[in-house]
Design a binder for this molecule. Structure first.
Ligand SMILES: [Zn+2]
Length: 199
C-alpha cells in the first residue's frame, strides 16, 4: 500500500492562492499541464451544507482509507475559496495516464447537471492563471480528465464545464497577460506594499 502523502487542507481566496504559490519552488517536480475535473459528488448545490474543512477531512479519508491511493488531486475550486489538497510540489493521483506529469484541479460541482456559477468560474480562471504562470505553462495545454485515454471517467468533467474549456483557456491567457502588464494589483495586506502618504 503506498504511503499517504498528506494534504495541505487550507482554503485560500484566489489572491491568497496567488501569493501562496509564489512561495513554492518547482525545482524537484514541475508538471507539464493541468488536468481539469469536476467533483460530480458532491454537487455544487450541496457543497456548503458541510464546512469546507470537514469536506477536506472527508476527502482525505476517502482517498487515503477507501481507495488507498498515495494522494488525490491538488486543488478543489469552490465559489468562496480554493482548497489546497495534495501539495502542489508533488505528483497527485487523479488521472491514470498523467499523474506523474500534471496537476489535478477539481471544480466543485456536477456539470452534467448544474450550470457553472460565476463565482466558481472566476476562481477557476484565477487559480489556473496562477498555476500556469508559476510553472511557465501555456494555458492551451489544459486537458480534460475525459481526454485521458486510460480513464473510465468519460463523464469528467461534465458538459457545462467541458463546453467552456476554450473560453476558460482564453480567459486564463488574458488573466496572465494582465498580471504581466501590471494591471493586476495584489491586495495591500503587506504594510510594505501600501504607499506612504504624501505630506
Ligand atoms: Zn476527473
Amino acid at each position: 500500500m503506498p504511503s499517504w502523502k498528506g494534504i495541505v487542507g487550507q482554503g485560500l481566496t484566489a489572491e491568497q492562492l496567488e501569493r501562496y504559490v509564489s512561495t513554492l519552488a518547482f525545482g524537484a517536480w514541475r508538471p507539464q499541464f493541468v488536468v481539469l475535473h469536476n467533483t460530480q459528488v458532491p454537487r455544487f448545490s450541496e457543497w456548503h451544507s458541510v464546512p469546507g474543512q470537514q469536506r477536506m477531512d472527508g476527502l482525505q479519508r476517502y482517498y487515503r482509507d477507501e481507495v488507498k491511493w498515495s494522494a488525490g488531486p491538488h486543488l478543489f475550486v469552490a465559489d468562496d475559496v480554493i482548497w489546497l489538497f495534495t501539495p502542489l510540489t508533488t505528483p497527485g493521483v487523479h488521472s491514470p495516464s498523467w499523474n506523474a506529469i500534471s496537476w489535478g484541479v477539481e471544480v466543485v460541482g456536477d456539470y452534467d447537471a448544474e450550470p457553472l456559477s460565476p463565482g466558481v468560474r472566476a476562481n477557476v480562471v484565477s487559480a489556473l492563471a496562477t498555476l500556469h504562470a508559476a510553472a511557465g505553462l501555456d494555458p492551451q495545454s489544459l486537458r480534460l480528465h475525459k481526454q485521458d485515454p486510460k480513464t473510465t471517467h468519460t463523464f469528467c468533467p461534465g458538459k457545462n464545464l467541458a463546453d467552456q474549456r476554450d473560453a476558460i483557456v482564453a480567459d486564463v491567457a488574458a488573466e496572465i497577460e494582465g498580471r504581466n502588464q501590471g494591471e493586476h494589483v495584489p491586495p495591500a495586506t503587506d504594510p510594505e506594499a501600501i504607499p506612504a502618504p504624501i505630506h
